[in-house]
Design a protein around this ligand. Structure first.
Ligand code: SAM
Ligand code: GLN
Length: 265
């Protein structure tokens, strides 16, 4: 669909093919709604925020300025997490921690595909967590996910997770001003990964071992050009083996999977 068609189907709550039937003209109010939305769009406001929803992993998510808009490449992280559980003989009753859950995209997609998993979804942003809770309800998995407001691990008490997954902020602080216009409308706290973009990887890797079972996994989404450095951070701990690095559709390493090889307590 073109963006205009997406706006119009959203306003009329109809299918694309309906737009071309005479019985679906825009009323005067709908026309002015369309013009307002089109103007916002031309000013660089993300289409997903304007229509208030997006699709991720075949599921519908409400989205607004409280949280980052889930990206298609993050579906790779979800797929690899599901493969880990199903392929490693891990009981499907796994304990999973999603750090920086935002709209809830990863946690909710996992809850749908791994119905016996017990999932903790955390975020430092209260607004994002409220939205994530709404999305868990919309997708009927609110009884399967615990939402916790936490700066990384600060309010996480359980210490025997099988899997820690995260798509953390990974933009270099110095690049924040030159982000595409659309992306600048998303919360800076969802994007800014510190001076070299790697602050959250260091934080999660260095403390993560205290919260994982031996043999447990950390699965990260990573940004362009970060793979080598993040593998180094894992290796420097002496606690983790890299077990997978997965490229995205643009041939960029996008997901890294590491396994905790030592007893930590
Ligand atoms: N997981 C979602 C997704 O993939 O669509 C959102 C990812 S977004 C790139 C990163 C998220 O990390 C944001 O929701 C942000 O609020 C959260 N975050 C930022 N700093 C954090 C911190 N110190 N502790 C926990 N979460 C944090
Ligand atoms: N892929 C996002 C972007 O470039 C950044 C996501 C992140 O920081 N985790 O818009």
């Amino acid at each position: 669909m073109t963006e205009d068609e997406i706006l119009r189907t959203s306003i009329l709550n109809c299918e694309r093919s309906d737009l071309y039937l005479d019985r679906f003209p825009l009323s005067p109010e709908q026309s002015s709604d369309f013009i307002d939305k089109k103007t916002k769009r031309l000013e660089g406001f993300p289409l997903q925020y304007i229509i208030g929803e997006t699709e991720f992993f075949g599921l519908r998510f409400k989205v607004d300025e409280r949280a980052f808009i889930p990206r298609p490449e993050t579906e790779i992280l979800v797929e690899k997490t599901i493969e880990r559980v199903k392929g490693q003989g891990l009981s499907d009753k796994v304990m999973v921690l999603d750090i920086g859950t935002g709209s809830g995209a990863i946690a909710i997609a996992l809850a749908k595909s791994l119905p016996r998993a017990q999932i903790t979804a955390s975020d430092i942003s209260g607004g994002a967590l409220d939205l994530a809770r709404e999305n868990a309800k919309i997708n009927e998995v609110d009884n399967k996910i615990d939402f916790v407001r936490s700066d990384l691990f600060d309010n996480i008490s359980f210490k025997e997770y099988d899997l820690i997954v995260s798509n953390p902020p990974y933009i270099v602080s110095g690049d924040m001003d030159s982000l595409p216009r659309d992306v600048k409308h998303e919360p800076a706290i969802a994007l800014d990964g510190g001076n070299d973009g790697l602050d959250f990887y260091r934080g999660i890797i260095n403390r993560g071992k205290e919260f994982l079972k031996k043999g447990g996994f950390i699965l990260f989404e990573i940004g362009f050009g970060q793979s080598k450095k993040i593998k180094h951070i894992f290796a420097a701990t002496g606690w983790f083996d890299i077990v997978d690095a997965v490229k995205d559709y643009n041939d960029i390493e996008r997901v890294i999977v590491a396994r905790l090889i030592k007893e930590t307590r």
